[in-house]
Design a protein around this ligand. Sequence first.
Ligand code: WT7
Length: 674
Amino acid sequence: MALAAARARTLRALSLPRPPARVPVPARSCCSQAGARGALPPGEYRAWRERAARDPAGFWADAARGWLRWDSPFHTAWQPCAPAGSARWFLGGRLNVSVNCLDQHVEKSPNRVALIWERDEPGTAVHVTYRELLDLTCRLANTLKKYGIQKGDRVAIYMSVSPLSVAAMLACARIGAVHNVVFAGFSAESLAGRIMDSGCKAVITYNQGVRGGRTTELKATVDEAVKNCPSIRHVFVAQRTDNKVQMGDRDISLEEEMTKADSICTPESMDSEDMLFMLYTSGSTGKPKGIIHTQAGYLLYAAFTHKYVFDYQQGDIFGCVADIGWITGHSYVVYGPLCNGATSVLFESTPVYPDPGRYWEVVQRLKINQFYGAPTAIRLLLNYGEEWVKKYDRSSLKVLGSVGEPINKEAWQWFYEVVGEGRCALVDTWWQTETGGICIAPRPSEEKAEIIPAMAMRPFFGIVPVLMDENGEVIEGNDVSGALCIAQPWPGMARTIHGDHQRFIDSYFKAFPGYYFTGDSAYRSQKGYYQITGRMDDIINISGHRLGTAEIEDAMADHPDVPETAVVGYPHKIKGEGAFAFIVLKEQTPRVDHIKEELKTIVASKIAKYAVPDHILVVKRLPKTRSGKIMRRLLRKVVTEQSSNMGDVTTLDDPSVVKEIMDAYQKYKEKSSS
Ligand code: WT7
């Protein structure tokens, strides 16, 4: 089914009113003028929303012309995508993302602060102006060029958050290289997997990382990873600490080279649809997938959502505490804020270092206006009590944001009442690595009072969400639940999975032909607001980090004494979800506890520490269908303690396995609580 037809059907199903008269989308310049504070006048939201849904090409073309600096204009706003999954935006246009994020601001206000690096050590923040960041970026770009990195080459960035890591991303953008940021908490094996899959030519890293008062061995991890990566020619090593690390043949001291390099680097003129970056994220099966984002559409969508979801005003200090290793860091620490000429905070520490008042001490000291964080941190902090918050002046705060996982009502209320003193808008933002930017959120400029606790609320401009039933039919009306799909392409959506376009189509466009399937389920309230109710696949969300249970199972499969495993998510008070592993042993052994510890070590070294299961339960066998498929659904019921309602178990090979596992779980629980 062609997407256009699907869209028409959806719009009919949603019975939107007739198109309004042409609604102009203002250029960004109007929001940087003093006085014209840039927020949309009340009432215009509706007009914008309707135009974006009905005339996406016109809406986004106006936005792209007003918002971005082009080397040459695009001739076609979008290519309506048949087959589904092949949308392209701003065809024929050429631009450079780093020029949009740096040069254009340097021309007008070179001394405006681009980044405030809130280093791990409290009170040692570093301010970097737009001019300084352009200088760093150009020197880094020239260094990459000197060592043969060219347009289209892939570069891995394995660094903690800092001005230099932001400059590394922008330097890639400047010369047309494709960055692949790998979260610095991932193991050597994970890093190697991502480097190999993407064919990176170079890695940029630090000697060490610093977080929560502890150092981590970044360079040593890179050494371990690149042993098995023949594509890597150079490892650029910057100094985060004074400690010396072993330098080998392919290692280059980044700062030394940058001092020698020219501070002017002519930007590469890129096609709108050239790759900007890839970022690996978990799927429900197999290895993590390299999600590809391109230049113009991604940048526009990140900047536009940054402006309107957070009601960002020029001069605001924007504090997103995410790491650059995740999409939130890409879109709302780097690209969105910098394209808008904002001052963006880089938070290197943890919410509890040196004490649980850190976030709010930083808010007070840096005078943060928008604070964007994850529910898992809020849940952790609320346990420490209100005093840690109230100690500090939070009067600069205007908007609070939540991202990455469902926010429960208790955390929402605490964030809103205690942190925001009931006067800041709290925006629960739903989106994904694949969507490039926020898709569903309350928008603070409009109808502030209507924000409802723990509800992601309304679609952003141009996002047309639909709920689907099991038969693939659009569910109409309100007060309904279903599979969350998006009916119409938007500029920020991922274009493909690196090296596997078929997997892209199969993952996102096959379940409901003609629609982008998010993998989440959602509820549409009586008023038409959206609430995300959870994943529909085998992806779990540990402390806001997305992980396929299959990845944990694959890692544990390496243990010679454990032939079978099954991992499911279970509700965890702080982390949101934790991993619960069921394992079958090859033979009875007194070494059970030892084996469990070995399994944990394997998972940490093959994936990352956060992926390690909290619970490992030995069972005699796993529940399997007659065709040998593990029924994880039943295990999920056991660990969520809903075993009175197991549903249909008739396809099980031997239904008595259910009681066997329930008994084992019961015993395990009794033992761990005693
Ligand atoms: C998955 C995407 C969004 C950037 C960081 C995570 C879950 C995300 C929310 C929210 C409920 C949420 C979804 C989604 N998720 N935001 N506000 N409420 N669930 O990006 O790692 O690609 O994970 O995170 O399940 O599909 P990601």
